[in-house]
Ligand binder design. Structure first.
Ligand code: DC
Length: 224
């Protein structure tokens, strides 16, 4: 138990589109630590519920699914491959629809309780970088380094719009702003583990900061 406590953890929380995933992956690579994308677990769970016809309103059934979720993350040529029951769902879980579905199952208290230990198990030597909404507040409250990364909804929607365009997917910017705001609202106002900065988190706003500048500040935090 004592040894476990000495494993360093860097938590990066924030809303979608704040750049937390990009920064978390860069930091994990730079530090040579493990990486946990907690949002992907909720995304996969929502996908599993859809696959097995489990109603999102049936909290017990979704929690049972969470308890037995057969998900495997593996690094494949710098990309993270996500397997649900052996099926590659890496691309499927990245859509706006999947993000919204994830936000709905993530609001269920029994589901969050069922996934707690699974997330904590990612804490392994030499260290862990993790991103999500409640990493610094609930899952790893004793983390060595905590960051909360934010950006305006408008800028986050613009980034998402650009990403989708690069993938050849057309999207409407004002729809994206509305979707992002709706998701923030649900994630911030739920009863358990709402999106909020930990009291001891370094708060950064990436609205007008580039990835390099954010990376520098997070690196300085971990070095100091
Ligand atoms: O980070 P993301 O966009 O992949 O997350 C998808 C949804 O999952 C997000 O809208 C809320 C939920 N989530 C959560 O409740 N807690 C986390 N630690 C990570 C994600």
């Amino acid at each position: 138990m004592k040894l476990m406590a000495n494993i360093p953890v860097l938590t990066i929380d924030g809303p979608s589109g704040s750049g937390k995933g990009t920064i978390a992956q860069l930091m994990a690579k730079d530090l040579g630590w493990h990486y946990l994308d907690s949002g992907a677990i909720y995304r996969v769970l929502a996908q599993a519920a859809l696959k097995h016809g489990v109603d999102f309103a049936d909290e017990r059934a979704v929690a049972e699914l969470a308890e037995n979720l057969d998900v495997v993350f593996s690094i494949q040529q710098n990309d993270i491959q996500v397997l649900l029951e052996g099926e590659d769902v890496s691309t499927l879980i990245r859509s706006e629809l999947a993000g919204n579905a994830a936000s709905k199952v993530a609001a269920l208290p029994l589901v969050r309780a069922a996934l707690l230990q699974r997330q904590r198990d990612f804490k392994q030597l030499p260290g862990l970088v993790t991103d999500g909404r409640d990493m610094g507040t609930v899952v790893f409250p004793d983390a060595s380094f905590k960051v909360f990364l934010n950006a305006s909804a408008q800028v986050r929607a613009q980034r998402r719009h650009k990403q989708l365009k690069e993938k050849g997917i057309e999207s409407n910017l004002s729809d994206l702003v509305a979707e992002i705001s709706e998701r923030d609202e649900r994630d911030s106002n739920r009863t358990v583990a709402p999106l909020r900065p930990a009291d001891d988190a370094l708060q950064l706003d990436s609205t007008s900061l580039g990835i390099d500048a954010v990376f520098k500040q997070v690196s300085a935090l971990c070095a100091g």
